[in-house]
Design a protein around this ligand. Structure first.
Ligand code: ZN
Length: 227
């Protein structure tokens, strides 16, 4: 099986430390106990303009860096060739930065990593991340209202959950990354267990999660992860 290069597109694994972690095993967290603040901080992250601007800036820097490195195949110059996006239920980011080699006989694409777009999906990475934390422990009626506000249907939510449990857990990215977490992240409770380990309620920690996940945001990674 093809082993994908994460971190950059040259095949190096580059995983940042998840930083400070909660004590105790995440599997031991009781189900159904809802922190009253959880929904509030999730909603404030979703609406936080400064955070959105910060994520935009990080993506612009990642794009700038990739552009300066040039084409990975022929060292040709890169031209902007962004992808159109129409994200739902979050910031209205309409462009995913991408480049195309200027050399006639090459023309290969280079799409830098992103802290805004997790996959090809119509949802921004922070929506995908926050929805799990937001609906954790809520009654079905409340979950439905949040889903509706974010324009996510229940099948999509179920598919996402299954994706974390199957594709994500089996990925070479996660296999390399999971050992960095101490205590270990409970894989049966993904992705919530991962968010808890990052202490997502603090704004800078949300950026940390999205930066942690950025190696899986390139088209090369999507192939393995079926995103
Ligand atoms: Zn090229």
């Amino acid at each position: 099986m093809l082993s994908l290069g994460f971190g950059d597109q040259s095949g190096q694994v580059n995983i940042k430390s998840p930083g400070s972690l909660l004590p105790g095993g995440f599997c031991s967290l009781s189900h159904g106990v809802k922190d009253k603040n959880e929904e509030t901080w999730c909603q404030s992250h979703l609406a936080d303009q400064q955070l959105h601007q910060l994520l935009e800036k990080v993506d612009a820097d990642l794009a700038e860096e990739a552009c300066q490195q040039g084409c990975l195949y022929c060292e040709g110059k890169l031209h902007r060739a962004d992808y159109d996006r129409k994200p739902r239920g979050g910031p209205q980011w309409e462009r995913r930065y991408s480049f195309c080699c200027a050399q006639e006989d090459c023309r290969r694409r280079r799409t830098p990593e992103s802290v805004r777009f997790l996959g090809r999906r119509v949802y921004a990475g922070l929506v995908v991340v926050l929805i799990t934390a937001m609906i954790h422990g809520l009654k079905p009626g409340r979950v439905r209202r949040i889903r509706e506000a974010l324009q996510i249907d229940s099948r999509t939510l179920k598919r996402w959950r299954q994706w974390w449990l199957d594709n994500f857990v089996r990925s070479s990215f996660w296999k390399a990354a999971r050992a960095r977490f101490m205590p270990l992240v409970c894989e049966q409770r993904l992705p919530l267990s991962l968010w808890l380990s990052f202490k997502l309620e603090q704004r800078d920690r949300l950026l940390a999660v999205l930066e942690f996940l950025k190696p899986i945001t390139t088209p090369a990674a999507w192939k393995e992860l079926a995103m």
